[in-house]
Design a protein around this ligand. Structure first.
Ligand code: ASP
Length: 467
C-alpha cells in the first residue's frame, strides 16, 4: 500500500484516489485471471444477459467468457440447441424448416433488440439457412447456437469474439486433441485481453465442425481456463453449486461447499449432474479450482471443486448419488479362487461384445459383474454363451433391476465405522444389500440394492450422515 501511495501522488502532491483505484485494479488484473462459463439458462434472454454483464464487469480479473446457446426461459420452453437439431432433422428429411428457423432467429433478435445493441446477424442466419438446405453436418448446425450467442455477448460486453473452431481441435478418430488445443488457445488468447469464446464445439483436422457431447460448453470453459492458466474457472449456472443428494429424492439437501476433483468424478459418474463429467480433465493438469456459481444469486459462494484439500468438510461424507438400470451377471464355480485367468476370460467375453463393466465384486467361488441393463440387453445370449464356453462355470445367471448408490467422501478415508453406519442405516430401513464394493482409495463405497429400494436407501444413508 505504501508503494501504491507513493505512486499515487498527483500534481499537487495529494493522493489521488482514482489513481489508487486504478493501480489496485491493475494489481488484481495481473495477480488473478478468471475464466467464466455461462450456461444456457444464464443466457436465455436479455434479462439474463444483463445479469451476466453485471457479474463480468464487477471484477476486472474476469477476462475470458465462454458462452452456451440460449437455454430455456421457462419450464416448457425449448433450448436453441434443440431447435437447431430439430431444424437439421427437418432439412434432412426435406421438410419445411421455415417456422423453426424463424423461431431461432427470433430468440437472438429479441435479445439484441432488448439490449439495444447494434448487431445485424442476418448474413450469419442466411449462411446457416443455406447450410441446412445443403445438408451441412449436424454438428455444424448444432454449434451455431453457441456461435451466435457468443457474438451477441461479445458485442454487449465490448469484448473480442474468438471462434472456438480456431483453437479447439479433435483428432481424425473424433477424440479431443488436448495438447494441440492448449497450445493454440494459449497463443490466440495471449493477444486478447478480454474475449468471449463460444462453447461446445471445435474443428476436425479437415476444418469441419465437431461438437462435444451435450453440455459440452463446460469442457470449453475448462480448456480456456487451462490455456490461460486461470486462477479460477467460474462455472455460472442456475443452481448455487452441488447438493449432497438429488433434490428430487431428498427434501432440501445440504449444499456441498468444497469437493475434490476425484469425489466429483465419482458423483457425476453416478448421476449427479450440474457439470459435464469430462469438464475436469483440462483443468486437472494445472490444478485450477472450479467454482460452480448461480447467475441468479451471485451473492452465494457456490461449490468449490479443488484438486485436493485437508478440510474434510462438515460431514464424513461429501455426497451420495446413484442410478437405476443395472444388471448383475453372477458366475459360480468351485475352486474359482485357484483358477488362473478366470476373471480375465469373463471380462474378455464382455469386451468382445462391446459391453463395459461397472463393478466386479468377487467371492471365493463366485464372481459378479455389474453392467448396464441397456447395454446387456441385445448381447445377453451371446455373453452368457461366451462365458460358458470360456470358463465352464457350474452356474451363471443374470439378475436385473439393480440400483447402485455411491457414497463418496474424502472424510471416509480416516473415519472409522463409516461402512458400518451405512449398512446399519440400510438394515434399519429394511433395505437388502445386494452388492458392496469399496474402492481401494476408500473414497467411495458402492452399494447395489434392488431398484425398488433405491429411494429408501438413499434417504436412509442421507439421514444417517447429514440429519
Ligand atoms: N448448447 C449445448 C447443449 O444444450 C451445449 C451446452 O450448453 O453446453 O447441450
Amino acid at each position: 500500500m505504501l508503494i501504491l501511495s507513493v505512486f499515487a501522488l498527483d500534481k499537487t502532491g495529494n493522493i489521488s484516489y482514482n489513481i489508487i483505484i486504478f493501480l489496485i485494479r491493475r494489481f488484481v488484473f495481473i495477480m488473478s485471471l478468471k475464466v467464466l462459463k455461462f450456461g444456457g439458462s444464464s443466457l436465455a434472454d436479455a434479462e439474463h444477459f444483463r445479469q451476466v454483464a453485471e457479474i463480468v464487469k464487477s471484477d476486472p480479473a474476469r477476462r475470458y467468457v465462454v458462452a452456451s446457446a440460449p437455454g430455456k426461459r421457462f419450464s416448457n420452453d425449448t433450448k436453441v440447441t434443440d431447435l437447431l437439431y430439430k431444424c437439421y432433422e427437418l432439412a434432412y428429411n426435406e421438410e419445411d424448416i421455415t417456422d423453426v428457423f424463424e423461431e431461432i432467429k427470433q430468440r437472438y433478435n429479441d435479445i439484441i433488440a432488448d439490449l439495444g445493441i447494434e448487431l445485424d446477424l442476418s448474413e450469419v442466419f442466411e449462411k446457416i439457412r443455406l447450410s441446412l438446405l445443403h445438408s451441412t453436418g449436424r454438428d455444424y448446425i448444432a454449434s451455431r447456437g453457441e456461435y451466435l450467442n457468443a457474438m451477441v455477448l461479445a458485442k454487449y460486453l465490448g469484448f473480442s469474439f474468438f471462434d472456438a473452431k480456431k483453437a479447439v481441435f479433435f483428432n481424425e478418430d473424433g477424440s479431443f486433441n488436448a495438447e494441440r488445443t492448449n497450445d493454440a488457445m494459449r497463443e490466440a488468447l495471449s493477444h486478447m485481453e478480454y474475449a468471449v469464446i463460444p462453447g461446445f464445439y471445435g474443428s476436425m483436422p479437415n476444418g469441419t465442425i465437431k461438437t462435444f457431447s451435450r453440455g459440452g460448453s463446460d469442457i470449453t470453459g475448462s480448456i480456456v481456463a487451462r490455456a490461460v492458466s486461470a486462477t479460477i474457472y467460474e462455472n455460472w449456472t442456475d443452481v448455487s453449486g452441488f447438493l449432497m443428494a438429488d433434490p428430487r429424492i431428498i427434501d432440501n439437501p445440504a449444499p456441498i461447499k468444497t469437493i475434490t476433483y476425484k469425489e466429483l468424478r465419482e458423483l457425476s459418474y453416478m448421476g449427479a449432474t450440474v457439470l459435464h463429467e469430462d469438464a475436469i480433465f483440462p483443468v486437472r493438469y494445472s490444478k485450477i479450482p472450479i467454482n460452480i456459481r448461480n447467475t441468479n444469486r451471485p451473492e452465494d459462494n457456490g461449490t468449490f471443486i479443488v484438486p485436493e484439500t485437508d478440510d474434510i468438510g462438515e460431514h464424513v461424507i461429501t455426497g451420495i448419488a446413484g442410478r437405476t438400470g443395472f444388471s448383475s451377471i453372477t458366475i459360480e464355480k468351485a475352486m474359482m479362487n485357484a483358477e488362473l485367468g478366470l476373471g480375465r476370460k469373463v471380462l474378455q467375453v464382455l469386451e468382445e461384445n462391446g459391453v463395459s463393466f461397472e463393478h466386479f465384486p468377487s467371492g471365493i467361488d463366485t464372481m459378479t459383474v455389474i453392467v448396464s441393463t441397456r447395454a446387456l440387453q441385445e448381447k445377453r445370449a451371446d455373453i452368457l454363451a461366451g462365458i460358458c464356453k470360456n470358463v465352464n462355470p457350474e452356474n451363471v445367471f443374470v439378475e436385473e433391476n439393480i440400483a447402485l448408490l455411491a457414497v463418496v467422501g474424502r472424510g471416509m478415508v480416516k473415519a472409522k465405522g463409516t461402512a458400518a453406519r451405512i449398512f446399519m442405516s440400510l438394515a434399519n430401513a429394511g433395505v437388502n444389500i445386494r452388492m458392496i464394493d469399496q474402492g481401494s482409495s476408500e473414497l467411495n463405497i458402492i452399494i447395489g440394492v434392488d431398484a425398488n429400494d433405491y429411494v429408501t436407501a438413499l434417504g436412509a444413508i442421507y439421514n444417517e450422515f447429514v440429519k
